[in-house]
Every structure is written in structure tokens, then in C-alpha cells.
Write a protein that binds this ligand. Structure first.
Ligand SMILES: Nc1nc2c(c(=O)[nH]1)N[C@H]1C(S)=C(S)[C@@H](COP(=O)(O)O)O[C@H]1N2
Ligand SMILES: [Mo]
Length: 316
């Protein structure tokens, strides 16, 4: 009788079978290697090289000499590492160009030069800035901010720009002004099924809060196209969709403006959009988030960790 560790005679594979199996494996190898190579090639092409991802997003904007700007000591670090740049540049949301995350593939034809940003509506001094005057109108500074997408991915980025409040104050907001509205223009916008252009809104108190930021650059250079060149908003205590990219107009209005996501899917995206781990998205929990680049998972924090700064906006 055979012990359990000692297979009986019948269970030992006959040598002839082993030989033919080897031959079979060899043949499979002949087919398999090219198939694998094609698969890897496709994957390589599909993924794109780090260089491609960055180079397709670069544009020759004015003010390149202003980067890198001095890091503002008040916004020097958060409790996490700064996210590596290429994984961030690979994984974007920019619906005008693509519904996928590979926005970098689609932005080459986008020419953000020349560009103008208008500040209009209920202001004493409406203004239109060219790109060149905009980057020189206010001293550029760098701020390290956490970013939290409503889809539960997050990143830590050094943005370059200035407080949105400066831009609004320069325009002289009138007392009845309530909401700031930011439309913009690009290429998937022909669709009649979506409420283009992309618009977002903030209350005037939110827009003039010290943390609300206008970015013209990140990682010490001008913004890549996929990140919303040449000028975007960064509202770090709110879900990412509030941070509108490639802005052409800021308008102060009396009425709460209609906004892109809130118009398209109001049951999923509210207009206020403050980061809150306890309020579920209808299709997923917001309790946790994962970091681009490293995949690390963290607990989501109320107001994205900036409650000390902004909770006062909502307490009255
Ligand atoms: N114009 C415009 N701005 C936009 C979006 C967009 O689709 N169009 N997506 C938003 C969303 S959902 C997020 S999370 C951030 C993503 O910024 P990033 O791709 O630079 O990381 O941009 C926001 N701004
Ligand atoms: Mo987002």
C-alpha cells in the first residue's frame, strides 16, 4: 500500500506522455511568444511612455520664467507625500476631451495660446486678462494642496498661482454679488446631451476665502494641457469637480448659477460638494480614498482635512 506522500504506480506520469507534453509546450511557445510580445507592445503603446504623457501636455505659454515660484510657508506640506508627477498626469478628468482618464492622449490639438480670462458680471471694474498679464498681475506662489475627486481618488500637488480672492477684489465685487460662475471651452463640447460649456459655482464667501486658488502651474512649471492649461481653479475642501479647468470667464451673479455636473446628474453631484466621508455617493462610499501613484488608502477627512479653515463658512 502506498503512503499518502508516495503516489501509487498508476499515478506516475509515463515518460512518453512527458515527452509529448514537452513537444506540445514548445509548439505553444512558438505561438505564445509573439502573442505575448504583441500584447506587451499593445500595452506599452496603450499606456504610453512617461515622456509622451508629459510632452503631449506641454504648451509654449508665457511666463515660463516665473517658475518655480516660492513656496508659501503656510501651505508648505500636508500629512502625506507629494504625489509623483507622471501618474498624476496620466490619470485626469477633463470631460471636454475624453470620458477616459487618459486625457493626455487627446489634448495635443488643444492650443491654449492665446488665451483670455474675463472677470465680469456684478463687479465695479470688469476686466479681461491676457495670459501674459494674468501671470504677472499677482505674485505667483506655490501651495501644496490635497485634492480629492468625488470618485475616491486623491493626490497631493504643489500648485502655482494666486488666491482667487485677489482676482475678485481687483474687479471690485458689488454687494449683491453672490455666486461665481466659470464657463470654459474645448473639444467634446459639440454634444447636445451635455450642458456645455463646463461651469462651476461658488458663493462669494467661498470664492474669496484664502484657500480658493487660481492655478497657472503645478510641479514648478506651467500647467500641462490635461490639467487645465492655462488657468484653472483649485478648491481644496471640495470634490474635484468644483475645480474647473481652462477657465475663460468668471462672472459674479445674483442668482445661484446652474453648474455642469449638477445639471447633468443632480442626484449624484450636489452643487456645494464639500468633501464629507459620511455622505455616501449614491453608488459608493466616500469613507476612504486612494492616492494616485502609490495606491495608498487613507480615511477621507471632513472638508478634505481643511475644516479648521473653512467650517466657519457653513456654521451660520
Ligand atoms: N473644464 C473641466 N474642468 C474639470 C473637469 C472637467 O471635466 N472639465 N473635471 C473635474 C474633476 S471631476 C476633477 S477630479 C479635476 C481633476 O483634475 P486633474 O485631472 O488635473 O487631476 O478637474 C475638474 N475640473
Ligand atoms: Mo473629480
Amino acid at each position: 500500500m502506498s503512503e499518502s506522500w508516495n503516489p501509487g504506480e498508476r499515478e506516475i506520469t509515463p515518460e512518453s506522455a512527458v515527452l509529448s507534453r514537452r513537444r506540445w509546450l514548445k509548439r505553444a511557445g512558438l505561438i505564445g511568444v509573439p502573442a505575448l510580445a504583441a500584447g506587451a507592445g499593445f500595452w506599452w503603446w496603450y499606456r504610453g511612455s512617461d515622456q509622451d504623457v508629459v510632452n503631449r501636455g506641454v504648451y509654449p505659454g508665457p511666463g515660463a520664467d516665473l517658475y518655480p515660484a516660492r513656496r508659501n510657508a503656510d501651505f508648505k506640506e500636508v500629512d502625506r507625500e507629494i504625489s509623483p508627477e507622471t501618474p498624476v498626469a496620466r490619470y485626469c478628468n477633463f470631460y471636454e476631451f475624453s470620458k477616459t482618464k487618459q486625457v493626455w492622449r487627446y489634448v495635443e490639438p488643444f492650443q491654449p495660446v492665446p488665451w483670455q480670462l474675463q472677470v465680469t458680471g456684478l463687479v465695479a471694474k470688469p476686466k479681461t486678462y491676457d495670459q501674459d498679464t494674468l501671470v504677472r498681475a499677482f505674485p505667483l506662489e506655490e501651495r501644496v494642496y490635497r485634492h480629492r475627486c468625488v470618485e475616491a481618488w486623491a493626490m497631493v500637488v504643489p500648485w502655482t498661482g494666486f488666491a482667487l480672492a485677489k482676482l475678485i477684489r481687483a474687479a471690485g465685487p458689488l454687494p449683491e454679488a453672490r455666486f461665481v460662475d466659470r464657463p470654459q471651452e474645448a473639444s467634446r463640447q459639440a454634444s447636445r446631451l451635455e450642458p456645455w460649456p463646463y461651469t462651476e459655482g461658488l458663493t462669494l464667501a467661498e470664492a474669496t476665502h484664502e484657500l480658493a486658488f487660481i492655478a497657472t502651474g503645478m510641479y514648478g512649471h506651467p500647467l500641462l494641457k490635461q490639467h487645465g492649461a492655462p488657468v484653472r481653479l483649485v478648491v481644496r475642501w471640495k470634490y474635484g469637480y468644483k475645480s474647473a479647468k481652462s477657465i475663460v470667464r468668471i462672472e459674479l451673479t445674483e442668482e445661484k448659477p446652474a453648474t455642469f455636473w449638477n445639471t447633468l446628474v443632480p442626484w449624484e453631484y450636489d452643487c456645494q460638494a464639500n468633501v464629507n466621508p459620511e455622505v455616501r455617493h449614491p453608488r459608493w462610499s466616500q469613507a476612504r480614498e486612494w492616492m494616485l501613484g502609490t495606491g495608498e488608502v487613507y480615511e477621507t477627512q471632513i472638508y478634505n482635512g481643511y475644516g479648521e479653515w473653512v467650517a466657519g463658512l457653513y456654521n451660520s
